[in-house]
Design a protein around this ligand. Structure first.
Ligand SMILES: O=P(O)(O)OC[C@@H](O)[C@@H](O)c1c[nH]c2ccccc12
Length: 264
């Protein structure tokens, strides 16, 4: 059987953690709430806009980016929150990009990485992050719950990511996260289908804020997700690859607002 990409990434994380050094900085600001920001979105569907330079499936999208100006352009265009990929090896991200984003926007910032150890949460907190990603496919549910509580103890929220009904049910047997993400992309094969949100969403309780992640490219995609109970979308590639992220955000999310306004 071919080795899965997720397993390869997790192996690299273990190697990185073996030589991990905690940054010697202290957090200098309070925490923004991701949940509140998404609940209070001005869009019909909340938006977490992601700073992502490359991915194992698609290669490099943006060779050099200025994380400060990208984060600010997302904020100007009305994003409710920012996600910053910090994995270097597979996604060309960095902790420096996380620090740039948290220092330069007044929005909640999510640290997007493969988090398997409490030290990565402490690091995220020191760098000013407000939330972290916890991936069900990478952690057993009990460990995931431990990390969720370790984040919460530091004032950080967690986006708990699942890709299948089975994964969702395994997490929900242990605890009910406040925010759950349904990744439309399979992290082993990278196949991406928005219908994953439709299917897996059925097993997510009403009170959980449900975020649909990956593969959102058009206003029609946004409408589809909204019609299938998603309350927010996490969008990376479509924004990074457009000439103007601001224009793209309006194209994706503006139309939904206009449609509804015309119904009123
Ligand atoms: O670039 P996209 O297709 O808009 O996807 C963004 C985001 O959902 C994706 O980067 C992502 C979702 N879950 C992850 C876990 C690890 C790394 C990356 C991800």
């Amino acid at each position: 059987m071919p080795e899965s990409i997720l397993n390869r990434i997790l192996q690299t994380k273990l190697e990185e953690l073996a030589v991990f050094k905690m940054p010697e900085i202290t957090r200098e600001k309070g925490h923004y709430s991701l949940k509140k920001a998404l609940d209070n979105s001005n869009h019909e569907l909340g938006l977490i806009a992601e700073i992502k330079q490359a991915s194992p499936s698609k290669g490099v999208f943006a060779r050099s980016i200025n994380a400060t100006s990208v984060a600010q352009s997302y904020e100007r265009a009305g994003a409710d929150a920012i996600s910053v990929l910090t994995d270097r090896t597979y996604f060309h991200g960095s902790i420096e990009n996380l620090i740039k984003a948290t220092n330069n926007v007044q929005l909640p910032v999510l640290r997007k990485d493969f988090i398997i150890d409490e030290r990565q949460i402490e690091e995220a907190n020191r760098c000013g992050a407000d939330a972290i990603l916890l991936i069900a496919a990478a952690l057993d549910p009990q460990k995931l719950h431990d990390l969720y509580l370790a984040a919460k103890a530091r004032g950080l929220e967690s986006l708990v990511e699942v890709h299948s009904t089975d994964e969702a049910e395994r997490v929900l047997r242990v605890f009910t996260p406040e925010i759950m993400g349904i990744n439309n992309r399979n992290l082993n094969t990278f196949e991406t289908r928005l219908a994953v949100t439709e299917a897996v969403g059925k097993s997510i309780p009403e009170e959980v804020l449900m975020v649909s992640e990956s593969g959102v490219h058009t206003a029609e995609d946004v409408r589809f997700l909204r019609n299938h109970r998603a309350r927010a979308a996490l969008v990376g590639e479509a924004l990074i690859c457009s000439d103007s992220p601001e224009h793209k955000i309006r194209e994706l999310f503006g139309e939904v607002v206009r449609n509804n306004a015309s119904l009123a």
